[in-house]
Design a binder for this molecule. Structure first.
Ligand code: NAI
Ligand code: SOE
Length: 390
């Protein structure tokens, strides 16, 4: 089993999730396609980087990603920084011949995402975008039902990603509320996940029509770069302007003729990680809610007349990735497992050189959809989305 040396850039929330995934992946997937070695972690300061190394088990630490991206001992650069750094780091890493995995959204703008795609294509390196929710076994199972023809032709996809961590006006102006860092608000931050699921399950989105709102226009300034995701409130002191959206409500038409709606909001009190879809086909329907992620609800046209309605299928050892995970259905899939599966798929691609999905082409396509949503929100018109050759 080959060792693959990883450099992780960014030791925050995602730094923790990716570190856990590299450490745990071979415990689940054995024999592992390759053994990810936590070589070096980079953060904005030496102290942050040292803490991340100690806490998350990295051999070395650094406060300069520029010094790390062309380190000859590194095989994979993993980008888990705020969005505005993704393009610069990914392009430098690809130019240095490194395989790259980058957190979502691939970049703050579709233009930057395109440059990233061009760089990895030029370099011929493995590239992945971390839309990990499509790794949830119940989501992979939904795709299996669809590919099997069990629900017939898809008519409608209703997707939501609703959270409430920013519904309080005293949740500070973290990087996620600043266009120059994040690119957009709920659209790119969480809407991009719904777009990814819609593309994964139904197909390309051809056009969108959106209502985009910023409900809270000023927030308290915060000190420090981390986003505490609304857990630390600031009730006094200066406030700054929010220049991104809080919510986007979108009608979509897919290239294959299906229609649907996508909603993204971080101001939906009572909703925590309410990433859901309901898919209606000519022969049945599927329903998923990430807050109940061991479950897929299914209903079919040929269900007996006295048993109409949804029934629950629990993911477990017989469903996708189940053999590697836990031996009894409904023991519980967590956020960590989705990242562990992502790390497995990445190591497989690095080992074989095969294409991994979702990759930078998928990240670019999702960024084009996000940008179309923002444009439609401003113009109140239908906006077409150009298909990226994949
Ligand atoms: P965070 O605010 O928790 O952490 C960001 C980290 O990057 C901090 O440790 C910060 O100090 C570090 N950083 C900032 N500038 C840096 C620099 N120049 N060099 C090295 N490190 C630097 O942010 P979080 O939540 O971890 O988000 C990071 C990325 O992951 C974002 O793109 C976000 O959209 C994405 N994300 C994806 C999730 C998913 O479910 N796939 C979940 C959460 C975030
Ligand atoms: C905040 O909305 C956030 O951390 C997003 O950035 C992630 O992508 C999502 O998975 C969880 O919520």
């Amino acid at each position: 089993m080959r060792d693959v040396n990883i450099a992780l850039i960014g030791g925050g929330f995602m730094g923790k999730a990716h570190s856990l995934a590299y450490a745990a992946m071979p415990m689940f997937f054995w024999p592992a396609p390759a053994r990810p070695i936590r070589k070096v972690v980079v953060d904005a300061t030496d102290e942050l980087a040292r803490t991340a190394a100690d806490r998350y088990g990295w051999e070395r630490h650094s406060s300069s990603w520029q010094e790390i991206v062309d380190d000859p001992t590194i095989d994979v650069v993993d980008i888990a920084t705020p969005n505005h750094l993704h393009a610069e780091i990914a392009i430098a890493a690809a130019n240095a011949g490194k395989h790259v995995i980058c957190e979502k959204p691939l970049a703050p703008t579709a233009d930057e995402a395109r440059l990233m795609l061009e760089a990895v294509e030029r370099a011929g390196v493995v590239n992945a975008v971390a839309f990990n929710y499509r790794r949830t076994p119940a989501v992979v199972l939904a795709r299996k039902y669809i590919e099997n023809g069990d629900i017939g032709d898809i008519l409608n996809f209703r997707g939501t990603y609703l959270q409430d961590w920013s519904a309080d006006p005293n949740s500070p102006l973290s990087w996620r509320f600043q266009k120059k860092i994040a690119g957009s608000g709920a659209i790119g931050d969480i809407g991009s996940h719904v777009v990814d699921l819609a593309r994964y399950l139904v197909g390309e989105i051809a056009e969108v029509n959106s209502l985009v709102s910023t409900w809270i226009k000023e927030r308290p300034l915060q000190s420090g770069g981390f986003d505490t995701l609304g857990t630390a409130k600031v009730s006094s002191g200066p406030r700054g302007t929010v220049d991104v959206d809080d919510e986007a409500v979108t009608l979509v038409r897919f290239s294959n003729g299906a229609v649907g709606s996508l909603e993204a909001s971080r101001n939906a009190w009572g909703r925590n990680n309410f990433l859901t879809f309901e898919i209606h086909g000519t022969r049945g329907s599927l329903v998923f809610n990430y807050e109940r992620r061991d479950e897929l609800q299914v209903a079919f046209a040929d269900d007996p007349a006295d048993r109409r309605g949804f029934r629950t299928v629990y993911t477990g050892p017989a469903t996708p990735y189940g053999e590697a995970l836990w031996p009894i259905p409904a023991l519980g899939i967590g956020y960590g497992e989705t990242k562990i599966i992502e790390a497995y798929e990445l190591m497989k691609a690095v080992e074989t050189g095969d294409r991994i999905r979702p990759d930078f082409a998928d990240g670019y396509q999702a960024a084009l959809v996000d940008e179309a949503i923002a444009t439609s929100g401003a113009t109140h018109e239908w906006v077409k989305v150009e298909p990226v050759p994949t």
